[in-house]
Ligand binder design. Structure first.
Ligand code: SF4
Length: 466
């Protein structure tokens, strides 16, 4: 994992990678906006409603979790609880060990990336094959996902074709259909050989104990078709109250994530194979992962637990588009990552170590505007900046604000600063005062245009005050 602060990681990005991320995220955002506003007169009302439902769950997890456990048990599933990433890995390993399992097939789950389950199982001699195409490419290249929905947004098809050739999946061919076909050929027999299938869950319905898994490739279905054991790995916050709420959430997640009316495959799983049913796994285990979520509940940032992992905030974020997902040093990148990554894991030093993430935002609020569960991300970022400061984090590249507040409060000083700024901008770096030089070293600023706005206003005869 990239250990550089986000500014440095962004500056070191190859132009080809930057271009892939910029184009991919911009296209995703534009399609999402069109679809949502074409289909709904007032999507913001839906976002507000979804936000209220998820906030209600977050505020009442203490009653929802036992209720869900009881429903799942009544449906024939075995429920496991894991407080930490290690406990979650151990719980999955224990289930597999009891069955003598050596190979599993995995559908995409962000929690498994969060707890680094793949690496854990590999160390314990268990092969865990990713079956989502993007995640498969990540695994093949010993890479890390850089987007929630599009894990290989940082790669272009030439790079993928080269990777497939190197991995022995066939001669170089960058045609997307051929890339998909080669991955499919590789995976098909793996599904049949697997001892267990592992999926995440987009939603867990409290009322019915249904596990809902959304994909566009049908790979989750394949993971369950031939295996006898199904393991669900899910964060404790993924609960929604009723089956009828799915009408809202399935519509919002598909449009926000991939600009579809509905994802192609929506699995509703209500327990293992019942007597008389012709197929399906005989055993079903649901592992609920905390890994710091309870600690978040106790903070003013608990609204972040509403997140349904759609990736819309990543697509719209100007910082994510410049920095790429890897720069966030966590499986969750972009605005969602800047809030949740410093809080997850339950380590008290984590916020201080990741203090650059909440600062890596213009606070423009675009992430809030697109979020299908209406999370006030910019407010949480400000809150975290303060928390990081209180935890002892310092930004060596932040100039003192006392001077700024003086200039901003005095019109005469402001006007003088507009003139002086032109000269400071033209100074060579070695002549700049220390803090200003450090701050400017890590930023590319547009040419100085101090006063242009006032001149524009003056031309229109607007009063400018003193
Ligand atoms: S914070 Fe909102 S927009 Fe971002 S991934 Fe989560 S649900 Fe989607």
């Amino acid at each position: 994992m990239n250990a550089q602060p986000i500014d440095q990681a962004a500056a070191a990005l190859p132009p080809e990678t930057k271009a892939s991320i910029y184009e991919g995220s911009k296209a995703g955002h534009e399609k999402r906006t069109k679809v949502l506003f074409d289909h709904y007169g007032d999507p913001d009302r839906l976002r507000a409603l979804a936000g209220e439902i998820k906030q209600h769950v977050v505020e009442n997890l203490d009653t929802y979790l036992p209720a869900v456990e009881a429903k799942l048990a009544a449906n024939g599933a075995q429920v496991h609880w894991a407080s930490t990433a290690e406990e979650a890995c151990e719980a999955v390993h224990a289930i597999l060990r009891a069955r003598g399992a050596k190979r599993i097939v995995k559908s995409k789950t962000m929690v498994s990336e969060e707890i680094e389950l793949g690496e854990y199982l590999e160390r314990h001699g268990i092969e865990a094959l990713e079956t989502d195409l993007g995640e498969f490419i990540v695994q093949l290249g010993h890479d890390r996902p850089s987007h929630i929905i599009k894990p290989i947004i940082h790669k272009n098809r030439r790079q993928i074709a080269e990777l497939f050739e190197k991995a022995g999946l066939g001669p170089y061919d960058e045609e997307p259909g051929m890339i998909t076909q080669r991955a499919r050929q590789f995976m098909r027999h793996k599904y049949l050989e697997a001892d267990a299938g592992l999926t995440g869950a987009n939603f867990v319905v409290a009322e019915s104990g249904r596990i809902v898994v959304v994909t566009n490739e049908g790979n989750a279905r394949f993971c369950l078709a031939a295996t006898r054991c199904h393991i669900v790995l899910v964060g404790i916050e993924k609960i929604i109250p009723r089956d009828r709420d799915l009408a809202l959430f399935l519509n919002l997640i598909a449009r926000s994530g991939t600009a579809q009316q509905l994802s192609v495959y929506n699995e509703f799983i209500a327990g293992p194979r019942a007597p008389g049913q012709p197929d399906g796994p005989d055993e079903m285990h649901v592992v609920f992962v905390d890994n710091g979520r309870s600690d978040i509940l106790a903070t003013g940032s608990r609204a972040i637990l509403r997140c349904i992992r759609c990736g819309a905030c990543q697509n719209v974020c100007p910082v994510y588009r410049q920095a790429s997902g890897h720069a966030y040093r966590s499986v969750y990148a972009g605005p969602i990552g800047s809030v949740i990554s410093p809080l997850l894991g339950g380590h008290k030093d984590r916020l201080r170590e990741m203090a650059d993430l909440p600062r890596a935002s213009t606070l423009c609020g675009a992430c809030h505007e697109v979020c299908p569960v209406d999370i006030p991300i910019e407010e949480l970022l400000v809150r975290l900046r303060d928390g990081a400061r209180q935890a002892g984090a310092r930004s060596p590249a932040t100039p003192p604000m006392t001077g700024w507040s003086f200039v901003a409060a005095w019109p005469e000083a402001w006007r003088a600063a507009l003139v002086a700024g032109r000269w400071v901008d033209a100074l060579p770096r070695w002549l700049m005062p220390g803090p200003l030089e450090a701050w400017k070293r890590e930023r590319e600023l547009p040419p100085w245009r101090g006063g242009a706005f006032r001149r524009w206003l003056q031309k229109r005869g607007a009063p400018l005050g003193r």
